[in-house]
Design a protein. Structure first.
Length: 256
């Protein structure tokens, strides 16, 4: 029987890419994760109140308050044997993983958020139930009134515009092109024969567009997506990178 996981609680806005990346880290590190989902402004306030920096996701476990998936990985990696760490000790491999983190969590993740939210936020009938489902009842009850504020906060934070969305689409396609070429040799993981933080960053960033089995966030079904977004998603889901991501979701995040 598998040993009970380490208790951990995450305060977050469930639709964030960093929230999904944290879920994958929790699976890898064997955390018994309790997720506390809130609308974005409420999540930011609670993250401050519970000892974080005022950013989300905030994860608390055994007295540690950790903001963001990189801090979470650094904290839990320290307790693992070197061979099992997501951030390798070897300088050359560590440099590659750092570059992968920037390419996927930062560049691809931002592009995915910009493109998806640009097309989804004004689909209020589609998105309001998605945002409301996992949050406390009072936040859900007030969402018909606060949805325009939430939309404005996300739009401002991501600097959404048609031009930004077009640039984001180019970044997404270039990232998938590069990843398709990289994994064409049949490697198990981005870094070859071991799971690293780069693999988790890729999965977390790509998941909103690929909707893999095991994805932990709520999203509209593919057939309900706005046409431009659905067209991009359907193309990406046919790419080698999509199969690579699905295999990782199916097999790689159990901490073994």
């Amino acid at each position: 029987m598998k040993a009970p996981g380490i208790p951990a609680t995450m305060w977050t806005f469930q639709a964030m890419i960093d929230s999904e990346t944290t879920r994958l880290l929790a699976r890898h590190y064997g955390l018994a994760l309790t997720e506390r989902d809130h609308l974005l402004v409420c999540a930011l306030i609670l993250a401050r109140l519970f000892g974080g920096t005022g950013k989300v996701p905030l994860l608390r476990s055994r007295g540690a308050a950790l903001t963001g998936p990189l801090a979470i990985a650094q904290h839990f990696d320290a307790a693992l044997p070197a061979a099992n760490r997501l951030i390798p000790d070897a300088p050359s491999l560590a440099a590659q993983v750092s570059a992968d983190w920037e390419a996927y969590n930062d560049d691809l993740g931002t592009a995915v958020a910009v493109y998806a939210y640009f097309h989804l936020l004004f689909e209020r009938a589609l998105m309001q139930p998605i945002f409301a489902t996992p949050v406390p009842w009072i936040e859900a009850a007030l969402l018909p009134l606060t949805y325009p504020v939430l939309r404005a906060v996300i739009t401002s934070g991501l600097k959404l515009s048609a031009e930004a969305a077009a640039a984001a689409a180019k970044t997404i396609l270039a990232s998938f092109d590069a990843t398709d070429a990289r994994i064409a040799d049949g490697r198990r993981f981005l870094a070859g024969d071991r799971l690293t933080l780069g693999d988790i960053a890729l999965c977390g960033a790509a998941a909103p567009l690929l909707l893999p089995r095991g994805y932990g966030a709520l999203m509209p079904p593919l057939e309900a997506m706005p046409l431009a977004l659905r067209t991009l998603m359907e193309g990406l889901r046919a790419r080698p990178t999509a199969a690579f991501v699905q295999r990782l979701y199916d097999t790689a995040f159990d901490g073994s």
